[in-house]
Design a protein around this ligand. Structure first.
Ligand code: ADP
Ligand code: MG
Length: 240
């Protein structure tokens, strides 16, 4: 059975259909890239999977259990975590306390949660910043903080919305390596990403969206050559 199943998901905002009948299956341990031009419905799809939006039609299941209709908190406890395209750490809290917020979804023991948070900050390369205020972090460091906070909820599936978006070019390779490490350690990931070099380097499979519809789904080399993907998004056949 698939770990995550997205079946016939449709979401409308007034006259805009942000997602139209989107279906795909995610196997345990897969890393799937989600691509598409701005406004194609990528973030909306993540909002639906994580329970922040309810779809007008369709269903999302984790290991066969229905997620659709549950609160974001409940979906998170069942094992789906996400990072946000627009970063929103608690600026007035320290870095370690931000991550503790995630860890407290799994334990009520504050000392245990803090220890777990420190462990995860080491893991994402932010150990030295643990006691700094979140507002003092650079964009790249905030992305790492978001990752640590999401990981602290012990997800079975992690949704990353534009992890390299808006960060300094020089910090991209480190973030990419981190995503690869998480995948290598067995985590299942869905990754929205505009940087084709990044996506073709990390993804085993790519799902392409355009105007709310899925227009391609397959291995990176096939999807990046797909005529509809080239016309809708890439502009030309992408070669490394
Ligand atoms: P992407 O992440 O691919 O850029 P989005 O999922 O953010 O795309 O948006 C898809 C479409 O849905 C866009 O036309 C966007 O304006 C619209 N949309 C997204 N969220 C909302 C919302 N909360 N209210 C109204 N329209 C929305
Ligand atoms: Mg988006």
């Amino acid at each position: 059975m698939s770990l995550l199943s997205v079946a016939g998901v449709t979401k409308r905002f007034g006259g805009v259909t942000a997602n139209r009948d989107i279906s795909f299956e995610v196997q345990p341990g897969e890393l799937i890239g989600i691509i598409g031009p701005n406004g194609s419905g990528k973030s909306t799809l993540f909002e639906i999977i994580s329970g922040f939006y309810h779809p007008d039609a369709g269903a999302v299941r984790l290991d066969g259990s229905l997620l659709t209709g549950l609160s974001p908190d409940r979906v998170c406890r069942l094992g789906v975590a996400r990072t946000f395209q627009k970063l929103r750490p608690f600026a007035g809290l320290t870095v370690v306390d931000n991550v503790m917020v995630g860890a407290l979804t799994r334990t009520h023991d504050v000392r245990h949660a803090r220890a777990r948070a420190r462990e995860l900050l080491e893991r994402v390369g932010l150990g030295e910043k643990a006691d700094a205020y979140a507002r003092t972090l650079s964009t790249g460091q905030r992305k790492r903080l978001e990752l640590a906070r999401a990981l602290a909820t012990e997800p079975r599936v992690l949704l990353l919305d534009e992890v390299t978006g808006g960060v300094d070019q020089r910090t991209i390779p480190g973030l990419v390596q981190l995503v690869r490490d998480l995948h290598r350690d067995g985590l299942t990931l869905l990754v929205i990403e505009h940087n084709m070099r990044v996506i073709t380097a990390v993804a085993q499979r790519i799902v392409a969206l355009y105007l709310g519809e899925k227009i391609a789904d397959g291995p990176p080399d096939a999807v990046t050559r797909d005529r509809r993907v080239v016309d809708a998004y890439l502009g030309q056949v992408y070669t490394q």
